[in-house]
Design a protein around this ligand. Structure first.
Ligand SMILES: *[C@@H]1O[C@H](CO)[C@@H](O)[C@H](O)[C@H]1NC(C)=O
Ligand SMILES: *[C@@H]1O[C@H](CO)[C@@H](O)[C@H](O)[C@H]1NC(C)=O
Length: 348
């Protein structure tokens, strides 16, 4: 009888494990385009925008069943590494390298207007983030004369102003910069009152650091080579936790120090820990789906966590650069090389 019960238990746990694995699956919605997508912005469960190299933009208004593909006229050569969409008509795209530009559309991507340009030699924009109300946003760029470039908008990207205070006063170390891997190494969290924000930023390369408002800290993530360091940060303001992923993009199967968990209880009380079981390789993007559930992706696959990032399960060998959850909604989309766009089935 006891043996029988044990067998039953074993069978039921096998079934649970099996359905668990089955439930977290990724379906490919579109692929086979000459663009590498690193920008992804999901407005709600219907409206999805993506941006990539060769001036390419994709937009869906039916939850990803159909994507309209287009190129920004006059900018067909540019690599739009980040996108922020506000609704089905309005979005901003950010191009890497020189000259630094940000374009805005208000007609669903038919026309794009230049809202920011900086022709300074060495300009290289990496990522943008916006507050939930979409009005305030910050764009981060690689350091020039050892100082990171940050510019702020307070009118949904219509106008931008170079920031003169805060993190911009930090002197970056030699070989320290931002990755433009998924548009997620900057994260803004609205303060409880007023129109101000907390700024979270992660750098990588020869040095990988965590910037929280005016504080700079070394990160216990792999670093010391141009290809190594933190690529992505997501913040959960309710638990005051953050998760950072990265690794070495030239050694994408290595799990060595590729993920760091942060607890921030005020700027002077920041603690760092590693997951018990880390993601299965280099990870260019990480997001909270909710307080417990997270997803992370990279060139060698996708992992999920059900316990706030402490343990990761490898669920797919599909390569993706970026993943994003609907800002107002539940769906999670992923995108990567060759115009590949996927959707996660959420029951994990
Ligand atoms: C961009 O377009 C050029 C010319 O059509 C093509 O050769 C190249 O492979 C494309 N690159 C990517 C990654 O989009
Ligand atoms: C790749 O990662 C593995 C495991 O962390 C490490 O042993 C190896 O030295 C790395 N290779 C290179 C070329 O960095």
């Amino acid at each position: 009888m006891i043996l029988f019960k044990k067998i039953l238990l074993l069978i039921s746990s096998i079934i649970t494990l099996h359905t668990y694995a089955q439930q977290a699956a990724i379906s490919i919605l579109d692929s086979g385009r000459i663009t590498s997508i690193r920008g992804l912005s999901v407005v709600d469960d219907n409206v999805v925008w993506a941006s990539g190299s060769n001036g390419t933009i994709a937009r869906s208004t039916d939850g990803g069943r159909n994507f309209e593909w287009s190129t920004a006229a006059g900018f067909e050569e540019r690599d739009f590494r980040d996108i922020e969409a506000f609704d089905s008509n309005t979005a901003l795209i950010m191009a890497v390298a020189e000259p630094a530009i940000i374009l805005k559309t208000k007609d669903g991507g038919k026309t794009w207007k230049k809202v920011f340009e900086d022709t300074t030699k060495g300009m290289f924009l990496d990522a943008m983030d916006f507050t939930d109300k979409n009005k305030m946003g910050i764009v981060a760029g690689d350091p020039i004369n050892n100082k990171p470039f940050l510019a702020v908008t307070r009118d949904s990207g219509e106008s931008w102003k170079k920031m003169e205070e805060g993190t911009v006063n930090e002197t970056f170390e030699k070989g320290e910069a931002f990755f433009a891997a998924s548009g997620t190494n900057i994260n803004l969290i609205e303060k409880d009152r007023g129109n101000e924000v907390h700024i979270f930023l992660v750098s990588g390369g020869m040095r990988s650091k965590f910037y929280y408002d005016n504080n700079a800290d070394s990160l216990p993530i792999i670093q010391g080579k141009e290809s190594q360091g933190a690529n992505s940060i997501d913040v959960n303001p309710e638990t005051k936790e953050a998760v950072i992923t990265g690794g070495d993009f030239t050694n994408d199967t290595s799990k060595t120090n590729n993920c760091v968990l942060i607890k921030y209880l005020g700027s002077a009380k920041i603690s760092y820990s590693f997951p018990q079981s880390p993601p299965n390789g280099y990870r260019s993007c990480v997001i909270y789906v909710n307080t417990d559930k997270l997803i992370t992706c990279g060139t060698n696959g996708v992992d999920i966590s059900n316990d706030g990032g402490r343990n990761w399960k490898f669920i797919s060998t599909q390569s993706f650069h970026v993943c994003q959850k609907a800002k107002k909604g539940n769906k999670v989309f992923l995108a990567g090389a060759n115009g590949k766009i996927g959707i996660l089935s959420l029951n994990f």
